[in-house]
Design a protein around this ligand. Structure first.
Ligand code: ADP
Ligand code: MG
Length: 376
């Protein structure tokens, strides 16, 4: 994935947006969406959808591919980026784009700015690119559905991240202020300062250590464990206080492996402080110290709070994301699709058309109308 081609945002029309959204909806249960199906879902007043799709392929927002059983269209990474960025621009959350400032394991981070030129941080979640390749060899069963699921997994990851960030921010945890999210993109406050891993020495290692351990305990008392509490996900601001980032993998303290995750977070901090600052303390929190005083996990319904036997949850865990996924998020009718018969009824189509309308409406809604309902 290269640079974001944001110039594209300007010259693509509302019809292009609708066609891309239709392909996105079609990908819920098709790895490749037949052109006739896109036309049917997009339901453009004056037709001409095939010409538009051809244009979108030229700009690499769509690809046309030959499948084993039938041919069809697929959203590219860039196409999915476009949908999210266009929506965030329409909503006036972001007005301009800056530089890429980070590449995480499963994300790309950019600086952006709002209409008043306030700098913000944009995180694009990219699940499934590297992970699926690894898993593909091992688990052929998943290989097929995964190709179509990357966008849903990325979306779920961003949605969860926003939900956690909001819940934590509302409880005065030191996290970036969440601004908005759309699909696989989260917009948040740009933290000044850098990650703890860039810090070579601190004036007062003990007080920073205490602050971090207190945060782990405070999170635990709210019913959650960060799950990746390391020097890359702890930013240090100008006043030398920590700001915690990166939340998609957070788990409930009721998760069967909660103690393990909790101890790992604690150990991460201890080992880093020993290695980097030569600071060792025998004072560190234990899982049994936690005194639950909040239900943040229930609020977000994170992993461990409610278990299902869905194989896709297993898959998510294998990928290192313990997320609760509702069935319709990853539903995909492999067998029917493999046989090439699209068993979509007129009602199914109608449902998809409605979803396209609802999605476009949501993408145009001003940001202040976002309620906590949207994040679930
Ligand atoms: P990943 O899930 O891929 O690890 P992170 O959320 O940890 O992504 O972000 C990756 C890097 O991007 C961080 O280590 C940090 O340097 C930078 N970053 C992330 N969020 C912000 C932010 N809000 N402000 C400033 N820098 C950020
Ligand atoms: Mg990270």
């Amino acid at each position: 994935m290269g640079k974001l081609d944001v110039a594209m945002l300007r010259y693509l029309t509302a019809e292009d947006f609708r066609v891309l959204t239709a392909v996105e909806m079609g990908m819920k249960n098709h790895e490749l969406v037949p052109g006739s199906l896109v036309a049917s879902i997009a339901n453009l007043r004056h037709g001409g959808v095939h010409k538009l799709m051809k244009e979108l392929c030229k700009h690499r927002l769509l690809t046309y591919e030959r499948g084993k059983h039938y041919d069809g269209y697929r959203l590219t990474n860039a196409g999915y980026d476009y949908l999210a960025l266009k929506a965030l621009t329409n909503r006036k959350v972001i007005a301009s784009f800056g530089n890429q400032i980070g590449v995480g394991k499963e994300s790309n981070i950019y600086t952006v700015a709002d209409e008043d030129r306030n700098p913000l941080c944009l995180k694009l979640h990219r699940l499934g690119r590297t992970c699926f390749r690894n898993i593909k060899d091992k688990r052929d069963y998943h290989a097929h559905r995964n190709r179509a699921s990357w966008l849903y997994l990325s979306r779920i990851s961003a949605t969860k991240e926003f939900a956690y960030m909001k819940a934590l921010y509302d409880r005065d945890f030191p996290v970036p202020k969440p601004i908005d999210f759309n699909r696989h993109c989260v917009v948040m406050q740009l933290v000044s300062g850098g990650p703890l891993t860039h810090i070579s020495s601190v004036a007062d290692a003990e007080s920073l250590y205490d602050e971090l351990m207190n945060l782990i305990v405070r999170l635990g008392n709210c019913g959650v464990i960060h799950g990746d509490f390391n020097e890359f996900n702890i930013m240090i601001d100008e006043d030398n206080h920590p700001i915690i980032i990166d939340f998609p993998q957070m788990v409930s303290t009721s998760h069967p492996n909660a103690e393990l995750y909790f101890d790992r977070d604690v150990r991460c901090v201890r080992e880093f402080f020993k290695k980097r600052f030569g600071y060792v303390s025998e004072d560190y929190p234990k899982f049994s110290d936690l005194e639950r005083d909040d239900e943040l996990d229930t609020e977000i319904a994170c992993s461990g709070y409610k278990r299902t036997k869905d194989v896709d949850n297993e898959l998510l865990e294998e990928m290192g994301i313990g997320l609760q996924v509702s069935d319709d998020e990853v539903e995909s009718d492999d067998d029917e699709e493999a046989e090439g018969k699209s068993k979509m009824t007129e009602e199914d189509l109608d449902e998809l058309r409605k979803e396209v309308d609802a999605s476009i409406q949501n993408d145009e809604r001003p940001v202040h109308q976002i309620t906590s309902k949207t994040v679930n």
